[in-house]
Design a protein around this ligand. Structure first.
Ligand SMILES: [Zn+2]
Length: 367
């Protein structure tokens, strides 16, 4: 493959700003590039739902109908600070100038997909049918994948290019995630004159939190209280306390059970102190597990071997578009593109990983 062209495309793409909800400029450029390759390109209607200025992009490369189609996906958006990125290449490593992220999350994935497809077209290589999905708003709650119009894709198998780790990394197991927001309401009273007529929301909330099993609950489950707010004057028994928390688990049943545990802790503390509990519990995304002997993992592993990349199959603690792909009936894993230190100004990627990721993609789609 043309290494120089892969790097050039990457440098160009990361210099088109695309922070979450403002992906339009980059999306338009990608649509132009995909259309020029002769691909059929459509957009869905996810933008308004996700709160973005543009929609998900779906592109199609026809291929040998006897071969299983494959869906390749990467996200268009970046986290901030992602404006006016100035790339610096030194000793085979690409970084930003130091005041922004780099954007290898996830433009390393976008570039690998585009360059692999461009190569099969240019070199007239036999290949499987390929569907490409480029999502908006991955970084703000997987919203592009959540609102993707799944009737536009026909593949059974999907690969999201969106993990750290060298090329060869395959993420086959990811947790589900539940967010709980709760308000504990007590009763205000003068703290000096008549405290016995009040109910302290802080006291009830503190009691609830101290009864919760938090942080690393077991090898596949975590829980965290991220917000505990109650602000008021010292002479008033506090009436309200706000708690925000999350539970993650790779086991769907434990995810539900542990969320219920947190709610139960709050309910029994409220009962003890005579306070009221109001809460919402929302499933952000569900867990998935693709077994190691699955044909999709076999396809990726064999392709890795062809380009000399070491295969590493591992679980993750985070969510990605693949959670929604799996929840919507696809069979999806995430692969590493070599991006490191993402979501910070030290983010980097090696030229080798950038090129290897495109080579791997070519092997996966070639017949
Ligand atoms: Zn990402």
């Amino acid at each position: 493959m043309d290494e120089k062209r892969i790097v050039e495309r990457f440098l160009e793409y990361i210099q088109i700003d695309s922070e979450s909800r403002s992906e339009k400029k980059f999306a338009d450029r990608l649509v132009k590039d995909l259309t020029e390759l002769g691909l059929r390109v459509v957009r869905d209607d996810s933008g308004a739902k996700a709160g973005s200025d543009t929609d998900n992009i779906i592109a199609y490369l026809d291929g040998d109908p006897a071969l299983e189609p494959l869906l390749l996906s990467a996200h268009l958006d970046t986290v901030p600070p992602g404006k006016d990125i100035v790339p610096v290449i030194k000793n085979g490593v690409i970084r930003s100038a130091g005041n922004t992220i780099l954007g290898s999350d996830d433009k390393s994935g976008v570039v690998a997909i585009v360059e692999a497809v461009k190569t099969v077209i240019e070199e007239n290589l036999p290949h499987r049918p390929v569907e490409m999905v480029f999502t908006v708003c991955e970084e703000v709650g997987l919203l592009g994948a959540k609102y993707l119009d799944y009737s536009l894709v026909k593949s059974k198998n999907a690969i999201a290019f969106d993990s750290g780790g060298d090329v060869g990394t395959i993420v086959n197991l990811a947790p589900g995630h539940i967010e709980i927001e709760a308000t504990i309401t007590g009763k205000a009273a003068h703290a000096g004159v008549a405290p016995e007529t009040g109910i302290s929301a802080i006291e009830a909330a503190a009691h609830a939190v101290s009864a919760m099993k938090l942080l690393r609950v077991d090898p596949e489950t975590t829980a965290n209280v991220g917000t505990f707010t109650a602000v008021g004057p010292n002479n008033i028994v506090p009436e309200k306390a706000l708690l925000k928390m999350e539970v993650r688990s790779r086991n769907a049943q434990k995810l539900q059970e542990h969320s219920q545990h947190l709610i139960d802790c709050m309910q029994s503390a409220c009962d003890k102190f005579g306070a009221q509990l109001h809460y919402t519990a929302e499933t952000s995304y569900v867990t998935y597990h693709i077994p190691q002997d699955d044909p999709l993992i076999k396809l990726i592993s064999e392709s890795c071997e062809k380009i000399g990349a070491k295969v590493l199959i591992k679980p993750t603690g985070g969510g990605s578009d693949a959670n929604f792909f799996n929840a919507n009936g696809l069979h999806a894993v995430v692969i590493g593109t070599g991006m490191t230190d993402v979501h910070g100004v030290n983010e980097s990627i090696t030229v080798k990983n950038l090129v290897d990721c495109a080579r791997l993609t070519l092997e996966m789609i070639k017949a």
